[in-house]
Ligand binder design. Structure first.
Ligand code: BG6
Length: 491
């Protein structure tokens, strides 16, 4: 257990009345407070258009944390650190008032000029806010200045570049923390430990021993009330560009010389640079898209994607993606990385399955093939790893049977694994950007995705093509079958 060090900072949340702030940020801040990472020397300003009083805002915070065990005892002290400022992001005057409040709180709580700005709102104003933060002198204090921004980071490479340039007017690259909440998940962070702290794993982690890797991020929920956003993004931009490519880069990267932010990033960037960029027909061959139709899931009738609110009745937007990625370097040449993600699938689960090559000869049975060795990394809802192996069936003869060696994280440390947001906010306060996306990673990912999106936009797909409660369209299975593989079932 590392010692808890109190972080001193003013945290200004743009989009302070929003869903993300309520569901994730305020509970995370409370957890940090209850553990002592935030204590006396912190203040939070929530800003948004609505005209709320401090009292009303504080009641909302109380509500947001009410389900956290023990929170009622400390809630009043915690919420006393919260202030609300109604704000119009495009109006210069608004920033003057906000700056005055910031300076006042800085003095009151002895925050040493440390400022964290959290943009938890629609991205179209990110640039405006960043440039005002600079021009109105918010970052003239002597402490640290950091900016956390939520996705989407652009819609394609060109818009991401534009956004990045506007942020860079006010913040240096090392002050920009681009959130990818998957990087805060316990078992995603565990990938480096599983790989680099175990010689039996790392020595097999290459194309001599691994036949293929499968990454699944499946969801049961549909698009809910996010039709407007989703129509513009689709599963490719919503999940593959960020979460999946980040996971792939962690799996594929070379061993960094040290576990520092810069060294890890350097290797992740190199992995992304080795990702084969598909053009033209190769996109159709290696990428499958799907869209859910209407159907019954868990006994409930669900509308198809095209019937969801704010979705075009003839929409060509994908709610499912499966693909075969290739990493063209010495370590991975010839090893497919299959990925899939989708909404309204059979299970909510995130899982990585590493399939090892078969033994050269099956000595045990001519009739029965040996089950392959698979290392499964369970990201959610269960956390842990499972190694699938073969052993002898007890009794006479040499019949084999598959067994699983399991390590279940949640059963070891209880259900208290800190939420991804809590970890990431603390990392940012401590100035550790390891589990945030660097611009070089973002731009390489967009370059890859733009090629796929470009081809898909020019062709209309025969949607809908999968039913709720399945694991996507048949073509996703065929993608593996043609290589002699199958999706490992989601556990
Ligand atoms: C978000 C996507 O980034 O991740 C959502 O925008 C998706 O569409 C969500 O539902 C999934 O996150 P988690 O942590 O629930 O797996």
């Amino acid at each position: 257990m590392t010692d808890v060090i109190e972080q001193k900072a003013l945290i200004t949340i743009f989009g302070g009345t929003g869903d993300l702030a309520n569901r994730k940020l305020y509970p995370s801040l409370y957890h940090l407070y209850s553990k002592g990472s935030l204590s006396k020397h912190f203040a939070v300003i929530g800003t948004a258009r609505r005209k709320w009083s401090n009292e009303f805002f504080r009641e909302k915070i109380k509500e947001a944390i009410k389900d956290i065990k023990g929170s009622d005892e400390f809630a009043d002290d915690f919420i006393s650190h919260f202030y609300y400022q109604s704000h119009d992001v495009t109006d210069k005057e608004s920033y003057v008032t906000l700056k005055d409040l910031s300076d006042e709180l800085d003095k009151k709580y002895h925050l040493e000029g440390n400022r964290l700005f959290y943009l938890a709102m629609a991205p179209n104003f990110f640039g405006t806010i960043a440039s005002r933060i600079k021009s109105e002198g918010f970052v003239d204090t002597k402490g640290f200045h950091r900016l956390i921004i939520e996705k989407p980071f652009g819609h394609d490479l060109a818009s991401a570049k534009e956004l990045n340039e506007s942020l860079r007017q006010a913040f240096r690259e090392d002050e920009i923390y681009r959130i990818d909440h998957y990087l805060g998940k316990e078992m995603i962070q565990n990938i480096s430990v599983i790989r680099f702290a175990n010689s039996i794993i790392e020595s097999l982690w290459n194309n001599r021993y691994i036949s293929n890797i499968q990454v699944t991020l499946s969801e049961v929920l549909g698009v809910e009330d996010r039709g407007r956003y989703y129509e513009e993004s689709g599963a490719l931009r919503d999940m593959v560009q960020n979460h999946i490519l980040q996971i792939v880069s962690l799996l594929a990267m070379e061993v960094p010389i040290k576990l520092t932010t810069d060294e890890i990033r350097h290797e992740k960037v190199r992995a992304l640079r080795s990702l084969r960029v598909y053009e033209g027909d190769a996109v159709h061959k290696n990428f499958v898209r799907g869209q859910y139709g209407p159907g019954i899931l868990d006994g409930t009738k669900h509308a198809g994607y095209r019937e969801e609110d704010n979705v075009d009745s003839d929409s060509n937007t994908e709610t499912f993606v499966a693909a075969k990625l290739m990493i063209d370097n010495f370590r991975w040449a010839g090893v497919p990385f299959y990925i899939r993600t989708g909404k309204r699938l059979a299970k909510k689960a995130t899982q990585i399955a590493i399939h090892f090559k078969d033994v050269p000869l099956n000595l045990f049975s001519e009739q029965k093939s040996l089950a392959g060795n698979v290392l499964v990394i369970h990201i959610q809802p269960n956390e842990g790893i499972t190694l699938h192996m073969n052993v002898k069936k007890t009794g006479q003869g040499m019949e084999t049977m598959p067994v699983n060696l399991d390590y279940a994280h949640s059963s070891q440390v209880g259900m208290n694994t800190p939420e991804a947001y809590e970890k990431l906010i603390l990392d940012c306060l401590r100035g550790d950007a390891t589990y945030f996306s660097h611009w070089d990673e973002v731009s390489l990912s967009w370059n890859f995705i733009d090629h796929i999106a470009g081809v898909w936009e020019r062709t209309k797909e025969n949607f809908p093509n999968y039913k709720p409660g399945t694991m996507g369209p048949q073509e996703a299975d065929d993608l593996l079958l043609q290589d002699g593989f199958q999706w490992f079932s989601v556990e």
